[in-house]
Design a protein around this ligand. Structure first.
Ligand code: UDP
Length: 254
C-alpha cells in the first residue's frame, strides 16, 4: 500500500490523509498521557479497544440522530472519519463529582451533582486547557453563540443516551469530554461530534463496587488498567473475538 500522509500526531491518535477527499484515517495508539503530558505510558491494547468502543458508541449515537464524523472502522486500529474543522473547545459533561470539579469546589468524589453540568475548556496544551466561559468563546471567536447552543443541546442528548447504554451494563457515567467539528458540505456547514468516546475521556465506575473502569486507573496508578478497558469493551459486547490475545496486534510469523 502506498505510504499515507500523516496529518497530525496527538497523544492517543495519529491522523492520516483518507482515501478520498474530505476523509481522514484515525489510528488509535496504545500511548497514554495524563496531567498534560507530565505522565506518559503505554496501555497495551488500548488503541484496539478504544477503536472498537468509540465505533460502537458513535454508531449508536448516529442511530438516534446525533451527527458524527464517524464513517466506518477499517481495521483493528483505524477508522475512517469525515474531515472536520475542530472547534478548539473541550465540552465536559458531569453527572457525579470527580476529578477537577471535586477539587475546585471541595466536593466529595462520588456525590451526584444536583443536575448535569456542562463545562467548557480551551484546547491548549501550552495553557493546560484552561476552563472558559461562553463569553470567552464568543469574544475570541472560537465558536458562534448558536454553535455553543447546539454543542450544549447535543452534549445533553449524548449524556442521556450514554448514561442509559452504560447503566444497563452496570457502569455509572460519572463524566466525559466531547469535541465537535464543523463539517463543510458545498455551501453548508454542519456541527458534528468528532474525536472519540472511550475510557480515555469518560469516567466510568462500576455501579455495584464503584471500581474505576477508565483512564483514572492509569492517572492514579491503580493497576489493572488494561483489564479495565477490556472489561468495558466486553460489557459493551465489542471485545475482539480472540479476546486479549487479539488486541496485541499481529505477531510476526517466524
Ligand atoms: N478529560 C479529557 N481530556 C482532557 C481533560 C478531561 O478527556 O484534556 C475528561 C476526563 O477523562 C474526565 C472529564 O473529561 O472524564 C472531566 O475531567 P476533569 O476536568 O475532572 O479533569 P481530570 O481530573 O481528568 O484532569
Amino acid at each position: 500500500m502506498a505510504r499515507r500522509r500523516k496529518l497530525y500526531e496527538g497523544k492517543a491518535k495519529v491522523l492520516f490523509e483518507g482515501p478520498e477527499p474530505g476523509t481522514i484515517i484515525q489510528y488509535f495508539k496504545d500511548d497514554a498521557t495524563a496531567f498534560n503530558n507530565k505522565k506518559t505510558g503505554t496501555i497495551t491494547g488500548k488503541g484496539v479497544l478504544n477503536n472498537r468502543i468509540s465505533e460502537y458508541l458513535m454508531v449508536r449515537l448516529a442511530e438516534i440522530g446525533i451527527p458524527t464524523h464517524f464513517v466506518r472502522r477499517l481495521n483493528m486500529r483505524e477508522q475512517l472519519v469525515r474531515q472536520v474543522e475542530i472547534i478548539p473547545i473541550e465540552v465536559v459533561v458531569r453527572n457525579v463529582a470527580a476529578g477537577s470539579i471535586a477539587k475546585r469546589f471541595d466536593l466529595p468524589e462520588g456525590d451526584a451533582l444536583p443536575r448535569s453540568i456542562i463545562e467548557f475548556y480551551y484546547k491548549s496544551d501550552a495553557l493546560d486547557d484552561p476552563m472558559i466561559a461562553e463569553e470567552h468563546i464568543t469574544a475570541f471567536g472560537w465558536a458562534a453563540p448558536q454553535e455553543i447552543d447546539e454543542m450544549m443541546t447535543l452534549s445533553l442528548r449524548v449524556n442521556d443516551f450514554l448514561c442509559g447504554i452504560f447503566s444497563v451494563i452496570g457502569l455509572r457515567l460519572v463524566d466525559f469530554k466531547l469535541e465537535f467539528g464543523r463539517l463543510y458540505n458545498d455551501d453548508e456547514v454542519r456541527l458534528v461530534l468528532a474525536d472519540e468516546i472511550s475510557p480515555d475521556n469518560c469516567r466510568l465506575w462500576d455501579i455495584n463496587t464503584n471500581e474505576k473502569m477508565d483512564k483514572d486507573r492509569f492517572r492514579r496508578d491503580l493497576g489493572g488498567v488494561e483489564e479495565a478497558y477490556q472489561e468495558v469493551a466486553r460489557r459493551l459486547g465489542v471485545l475482539p473475538e480472540a479476546g486479549a490475545m487479539d488486541i496485541k496486534g499481529p505477531t510476526a510469523v517466524q
